[in-house]
Design a protein around this ligand. Sequence first.
Ligand code: GLY
Length: 350
Amino acid sequence: MNQQVTKICKDFISELDDAIGKQKAENIFILTDDNTAHFCLPEVLKSEKLTGCHLINIPNGDENKNIESAVGIWKYLSENRATRKSLMINVGGGMITDIGGFTASTFKRGIRYINISTSLLGAVDAATGGKTGINFLGLKNEIGVFAPAESVLINIDFFKTLDAKNLRSGYAEMVKHALIDTREEWNVILSFDLENINFDELRELVDRSIRVKERVVEQDPKEQNIRKALNLGHTFGHAFESYSYKTERPALHGYAVIWGLLCELYLSHIKLNFPKEDLIKLRNLIKEYYGSFIIDCSDYENLFELMTHDKKNESNEINFTLLSDIGEIHINQTATKEEIFECFDFYAGF
Ligand code: GLY
């Protein structure tokens, strides 16, 4: 797998020009959704390398990351003479970089693509690492391939149009990266002021966070072992996310992840002696910036049931990544139903 380079841009247009120039593409296709076509595309099109490029737009929202949208993109590429030497540029959050990466890497057995991540969540997670895909039959990312982008460009200025909730949602994945990395990263992440965002500081933190992910992905691009570290918080987190939609209290992905992190650090504490003071620090961060998704014991069975369907499970056992300390990663961990319910009790009472 190629090594992927994610750049936090200082001079977006000239770095975009460089990234496009390196590809020497025959023609270029830009993929956007309704939001990024409006808010970000005009800036992207300032690149002189994009004169005469083709524009493909799909409706925004994860519900449109589906086979119908993929067919629409392939059809457009086909009808507009995309070849193996074409280049696709995906301008958007995780939904666009996932479907754009997937359609590009399957069209004519694969054309090159660049991701321009326009959301904080997408920048620190989906845009980097080569996972691409679409949802299918109600299952998230059910169809996809590992196929890294030629380059990933992050323009922090795009984040200035995000609301506080979307910024906090992205920040949750940065919290996860710090937890699996070092105590130094954890302390840095805890000291950031999410109430009054300093975008210069955020740029530095995003850079550090993406390097954590890149280091992990480089060791295990296809998630056979250590890449599972990136699933920390996501076993409980995906259950919270699905349940939030089922109970019509939709939660953003990163909110579900940070609540999932709290449960999984508690599980880490009872099973692997993860330090209680760090668990409390995470709880305080959540109290200050995220609030909680209210559950009581009547919800436990439903949440547990959702966890049994998680695609990370093996041999009918729920699979977790846990920590014995900051940066001390234990993949392929399991827990009993009683232990999982104890985590719900801890979470419900925080
Ligand atoms: N989102 C986790 C990963 O890329 O592996």
